[in-house]
Design a protein around this ligand. Structure first.
Ligand code: XMP
Length: 520
């Protein structure tokens, strides 16, 4: 298999490795390091020393974790990692592991610390250089280091933990019992910066401009004179990936947008506008509305709908690919969270997800995944840097199977039209109320039941629309959004008055779990 994209473009990159001991905060550590403009990557805690040498990081951070170093089978590491000559920072469990491995003493003191804690740092330390010596930090631990290993100096204490931070300057080893990565440690970023910039000698050079430049160079080198295609979904990831690749290889790129007829209002036009008109990117729009609708005729089961749409999508794409000559590369908008999670996911299947990321790979394309090392907010920042419109960059997620899984019942042209209109009103009003960016998603659902109403003096017997709006960090869990009554009132009035076939509006007040965000 060809070298993955990020393996190439990260050569010569100053890198911090975060060894993940199962902390809930590992990703946050990675994010914070990146916010300091230094590239960071999360790797399993048992990554081999040879691999670390190969990666050649400027520094290593040992994350926290739920285990106790005293429990048999707790994740551990040998001494070698501390003897590589690479600066190491241990956080919480990472600190305890470092202490135990290097001959210090870790004890269950019976005095656990959780929450905001006053920290007293010593003078003339590296970690607390130019940081207030008295400060609040966030603690969350039971065990603590009683005696720091030989060669270490205590850098900070709290009332109940004498060794709350320690450092060994000659060996470039550092440790903190508290969590510098959380916002409740107000000077946490300064402490991290001291580790990154002084101990690891990193420079804050991982900026969006430099990421884009590196990516462009790398794409050029990999693609050469070959042709490359990119499936567009209308979402931010594939859009940013496409524009980036276009910057690198221009007309060698062709974007493909499959209109399956299950899109939101104006979506196809927006893709056309952005890519063909603004960016002058070769764009092929495949109008496949009829064939999708035909396949979906009579289907009401949500999983069947998903499978049909996913498969049909692949068929359409394959047919298109077969017509293309000399195309060797396919762009995918894979993000870093997908990379971290892949292989570790063993959750029960709730829904069969389909998106452009699920394109058939047996087509012999080599993959270009230019966003493989980025978090979503970094992709958005890249989109802004590449001058993509705010509308695309800040677009709420939209599922691959589109409106089909928001029509609860058979998908028909009439129902799609009703839902599209109602959905457009939801988006318009949510934006007008300035709520759009704060919501993970806000949309309309059409359950195909009918209820009685009265309009003018006439009895009506029509569909309801359900409004769904949720807040979420990552879609794994979600809360129903407390949208103000006046906004809900406007939504209800407008939908009932403007969308023929609707006589009732309901608001979904269920969170995930136990519900899911989409209805199907
Ligand atoms: P659920 O409904 O499972 O959705 O709570 C979680 C998030 O995933 C989105 N979603 C999908 N995205 N293809 C996608 O690309 C899909 O098939 C799909 N199904 C759900 C959903 O909109 C929410 O953001």
């Amino acid at each position: 298999m060809a070298k993955r994209f990020n393996e190439n473009h990260q050569e010569n990159l100053q890198k911090i490795l975060i060894l993940d001991f199962g902390a809930q905060y590992s990703r946050l550590i990675a994010r914070r390091v990146r916010e300091c403009k230094v590239y960071s990557e999360i790797v399993p805690y048992d990554i081999s020393v040879e691999e670390i040498r190969k990666i050649n990081p400027k520094g290593i951070i040992l994350s926290g974790g739920p285990a106790s170093v005293h429990v048999p089978g707790a994740p551990t590491r040998g001494k070698e990692i501390f003897e590589l000559g690479i600066p190491v920072l241990g956080i919480c469990y990472g600190m305890q592991l470092m202490a135990k491995t290097l001959g210090g003493e870790v004890a269950k003191t019976g005095k656990s610390e959780h929450g905001k804690t006053k920290l007293f740092a010593k003078e003339n330390t590296l970690l607390f250089k130019e940081v207030p010596l008295k400060q609040n930090v966030w603690m969350s631990h039971c065990d603590s280091v009683q005696t720091a290993p030989a060669g270490f100096k205590i850098a900070a204490s709290t009332e109940s933990t004498q060794v709350a931070a320690a450092e060994n300057l000659s060996n470039n080893l550092y440790s903190v019992q508290f969590h510098p990565e959380v916002v409740h440690t107000p000077f946490g970023m300064d402490i991290l910066k001291n580790f990154l910039y002084i101990a690891c000698e990193c420079t804050p050079s991982w900026t969006m401009v430099s990421i884009i430049e590196r990516s462009i160079e790398d794409i050029k080198e990999r693609v050469g004179k070959n042709r490359i295609i990119c499936g567009l979904s209308g979402g931010v990831d594939s859009a940013v990936a496409a524009v980036l690749v276009h910057k690198a290889v221009g007309d060698q790129l062709t974007c493909v947008f499959v209109d399956h007829g299950l899109l939101r209002k104006g979506e196809a036009e927006q893709v056309e506008d952005t890519f063909r008109r603004n960016f002058k990117i070769n764009l092929v729009q495949i109008n496949a509305q009829e064939r999708f609708l035909k396949k979906l005729k009579g289907v009401t089961d949500p999983e069947k709908k998903r499978v049909i749409i996913g498969e049909e999508f692949i068929r359409v794409f394959e047919e298109f690919a077969r017509e293309l000559k000399d195309v060797n590369f396919l762009v995918q908008g894979t993000l870093y969270p997908d990379v971290i999670e892949s292989g570790t996911k063993d959750a029960a299947k709730i829904k069969t997800h389909h998106n452009v990321g699920g394109l058939p790979l047996k087509m012999d394309f080599k993959l270009i995944e230019p966003l493989r090392s980025l978090f979503k907010d970094e992709v958005r920042a890249m989109g802004e840097e590449l001058s993509l419109s705010e509308e695309i960059v800040w677009r709420q997620p939209f599922p691959g199977p589109g409106l089909a899984i928001r029509i609860i019942g058979e998908v028909t042209v009439e129902r799609l039209e009703i839902l599209r209109q109602a959905d457009a009103i939801v988006t318009e009003e949510v934006k007008r109320a300035n709520l759009y960016r704060g919501l993970w998603q806000s949309f309309a659902v059409l359950p195909c039941i009918k209820s009685v109403g009265v309009m003018g003096d006439e009895r009506t017997y029509s569909y309801p629309i359900v409004i769904r709006a949720v807040t979420s960090e990552d879609a794994m869990t979600a809360d129903w959004a407390k949208v103000p009554y006046n906004v809900l009132e406007r939504l209800s009035n407008r939908i009932i008055n403007e969308v023929p076939g609707i006589n009732r509006v309901a608001y979904d007040i269920s969170s995930k779990p136990p519900s899911t965000i989409e209805w199907e």
